[in-house]
Ligand binder design. Sequence first.
Ligand SMILES: [Zn+2]
Length: 80
Amino acid sequence: MPRRKVPRVDARFKARYGSTVRKRWNLIMLKRIRSYECPKCKHKTVKRTAVGIWRCRKCGFTFAGGAYTPLTITRAVQVE
Ligand SMILES: [Zn+2]
Protein backbone atom coordinates (compact mmCIF):
# COMPACT_ATOMS: atom_id res chain seq x y z
CA MET A 1 0.00 0.00 0.00
CA PRO A 2 1.46 3.40 -0.92
CA ARG A 3 2.23 5.78 1.92
CA ARG A 4 0.10 8.91 2.16
CA LYS A 5 2.01 11.95 0.95
CA VAL A 6 2.43 15.01 3.16
CA PRO A 7 1.24 18.14 1.30
CA ARG A 8 4.17 20.36 0.37
CA VAL A 9 3.99 24.10 0.91
CA ASP A 10 7.80 24.32 1.02
CA ALA A 11 8.16 23.74 -2.73
CA ARG A 12 8.81 27.46 -3.16
CA PHE A 13 12.26 26.99 -1.54
CA LYS A 14 13.29 24.41 -4.19
CA ALA A 15 16.61 22.85 -3.02
CA ARG A 16 17.61 25.65 -0.65
CA TYR A 17 18.10 25.67 3.16
CA GLY A 18 18.43 21.91 3.68
CA SER A 19 15.84 19.15 3.72
CA THR A 20 15.45 18.94 7.51
CA VAL A 21 14.73 22.65 7.92
CA ARG A 22 12.31 22.60 5.00
CA LYS A 23 10.46 19.56 6.38
CA ARG A 24 10.16 21.22 9.81
CA TRP A 25 8.93 24.48 8.27
CA ASN A 26 6.43 22.56 6.10
CA LEU A 27 4.80 20.85 9.10
CA ILE A 28 4.40 24.15 10.97
CA MET A 29 2.97 25.94 7.93
CA LEU A 30 0.40 23.16 7.38
CA LYS A 31 -0.82 23.74 10.94
CA ARG A 32 -1.00 27.48 10.31
CA ILE A 33 -2.98 27.17 7.07
CA ARG A 34 -5.43 24.49 8.21
CA SER A 35 -9.04 25.25 9.26
CA TYR A 36 -9.84 24.48 12.89
CA GLU A 37 -13.08 23.87 14.76
CA CYS A 38 -14.72 27.00 16.16
CA PRO A 39 -15.05 26.85 19.97
CA LYS A 40 -18.34 28.74 19.71
CA CYS A 41 -20.32 27.37 16.72
CA LYS A 42 -18.35 24.10 16.21
CA HIS A 43 -17.88 24.66 12.45
CA LYS A 44 -14.46 23.88 10.96
CA THR A 45 -13.97 27.45 9.79
CA VAL A 46 -11.38 28.97 12.14
CA LYS A 47 -8.48 30.52 10.24
CA ARG A 48 -5.47 32.52 11.39
CA THR A 49 -5.70 36.27 10.69
CA ALA A 50 -2.42 37.29 12.34
CA VAL A 51 0.15 35.85 14.74
CA GLY A 52 -1.87 34.50 17.69
CA ILE A 53 -5.21 35.79 16.38
CA TRP A 54 -7.78 33.28 15.11
CA ARG A 55 -11.14 34.07 13.57
CA CYS A 56 -14.17 31.97 12.66
CA ARG A 57 -15.40 32.68 9.14
CA LYS A 58 -18.88 31.38 9.98
CA CYS A 59 -19.82 33.33 13.12
CA GLY A 60 -17.02 35.94 13.26
CA PHE A 61 -15.80 34.81 16.69
CA THR A 62 -12.24 36.10 17.18
CA PHE A 63 -9.94 34.85 19.90
CA ALA A 64 -6.30 34.74 20.95
CA GLY A 65 -4.39 31.50 20.56
CA GLY A 66 -1.00 30.15 19.62
CA ALA A 67 1.15 31.56 16.84
CA TYR A 68 0.63 28.54 14.56
CA THR A 69 -2.24 26.61 16.19
CA PRO A 70 -5.35 27.97 18.00
CA LEU A 71 -4.41 25.95 21.08
CA THR A 72 -0.90 25.16 22.24
CA ILE A 73 0.25 21.96 23.94
CA THR A 74 0.81 23.61 27.32
CA ARG A 75 -2.69 25.09 27.40
CA ALA A 76 -4.75 22.14 26.18
CA VAL A 77 -4.57 18.90 24.27
CA GLN A 78 -2.70 19.37 21.01
CA VAL A 79 -5.00 20.14 18.08
CA GLU A 80 -4.19 17.77 15.26
ZN1 LIG B 1 -17.80 30.03 14.77
